[in-house]
Design a protein around this ligand. Structure first.
Ligand code: ZN
Length: 350
């Protein structure tokens, strides 16, 4: 009885206050958490905030405050939205917490000591807003494949995680665990568009960014977002690189499901899965990539991503103020198809 059930959302990036499209994920995950509790599972539900990186450094500078002041403010707003939406999380993790930072450094050190992280030089195309390096072949019409903006040539000394070493293991793992990446279309996309084309070693440090967790043995470098952010799912439970894990980790890991946006399935099903395997830890049972909530009439063919510049941003707190929390939750859960993008307008909400 009371079988453990561990589920997580992605941690929200603390660059700006999130819109309702970002809040959809947390409400969907909350519905699943409540359903599992009703079924008698011993549920642990983790959410939180991702608080490092160049973009945060830049926004804080523009606002004339420190990055820490900036993330404290935004993380507070995000947590406030979770509470306003009646989200029944068990823990809200912040990647600037000292415990998380220390555990991430230990993970980095362990991977380095066992030869899975090595020092090299990164030469590639860099997208500053996305903080991502791309290879020539990944660009779409010469632009960043994630955001469509211009990229520039960049080169820096960096540490790399040996993903290539685990490519055949990963391919086999995904084939043998057909429910691991869900829905099916995402699994095919991962296998055919990314894994079978060749998994390249991943750049896991930066010297150009200051706002991050220092590499423990080389403080010119900070640990790049992947190892920092993805590790939250285990650092929150008290994972220790030396094997002396906390009680929560022993009880709840591996996760039953990571609920994330379809745009970050790649990071979870490739980077995170290989990281865990390299650490000798079990792999989560499922990575679920949900569609996006866009702006526009669901019957219309023209749906847009919400953005400040388009003036179509809808915030959860404004909706809750006007319609009440249950109406907002009902809209998010009933109007969003799980296989394709859904949408919202004030007219539809009314
Ligand atoms: Zn980009």
């Amino acid at each position: 009885m009371h079988e453990p059930y561990y589920l997580t959302t992605a941690i929200a990036y603390t660059s700006r206050k999130p819109h309702i499209g970002n809040s959809y994920e947390i409400v969907m995950t909350d519905a699943l958490a409540r359903f599992r509790r009703m079924q008698g599972y011993d549920v642990y539900f983790l959410t939180g905030t991702d608080e490092h990186g160049q973009k945060i450094e830049e926004i804080a500078k523009e606002s004339g405050i420190t990055p820490q002041e900036h993330v404290d403010k935004i993380a507070g707003e995000i947590r406030g939205i979770c509470d306003l939406l009646n989200v029944s999380y068990n823990q809200f993790i912040r990647t600037t917490s000292p415990e998380h930072m220390r555990r991430v450094q230990d993970i980095f050190q362990k991977l380095y000591d066992q030869g899975d992280i090595y020092k090299g030089e990164y030469v590639g195309k860099y997208c500053t807003p996305c903080e991502s390096f791309w290879t020539e072949s990944q660009l779409v019409n010469g632009k960043c494949p994630d955001c469509g903006r211009d990229v520039r040539d960049a080169k820096e000394e960096a540490y790399f995680l040996k993903l290539s070493k685990y490519q055949s293991w990963l391919e086999e793992y995904i084939e043998q665990n057909p429910d691991f990446i869900y829905p099916e279309a995402r699994k095919k996309e991962m296998l055919n568009n990314f894994i079978k084309k060749g998994v390249q070693d991943l750049c896991v440090s930066r010297t150009t960014v200051k706002w991050g967790i220092p590499v423990p043995f080389d403080d010119k470098h900070v640990i790049y977002i992947w190892i920092d952010a993805l590790s939250n799912y285990i650092t929150a439970l008290g994972y220790e690189a030396n094997g002396n894990h906390g009680e929560l980790y022993k009880k709840y890991w591996p996760a039953n499901v990571h609920i994330i946006g379809k745009d970050i399935v790649r990071f979870h099903s490739i980077y995170w899965t290989i990281m865990l395997h390299a650490l000798g830890e079990p792999i989560p049972k499922q990575v679920f990539g949900h569609p996006w909530m866009l702006f526009g009439d669901p019957k219309s063919k023209v749906l847009e991503k919400m953005s400040k510049s388009r003036g179509n941003v809808i915030y959860a707190d404004e909706l809750v103020e006007k319609f009440g929390v249950d109406a907002v939750r009902y809209y998010l859960l009933s109007e969003m198809p799980f296989a394709q993008d859904g949408s919202i307008t004030y007219e539809n909400m009314i």
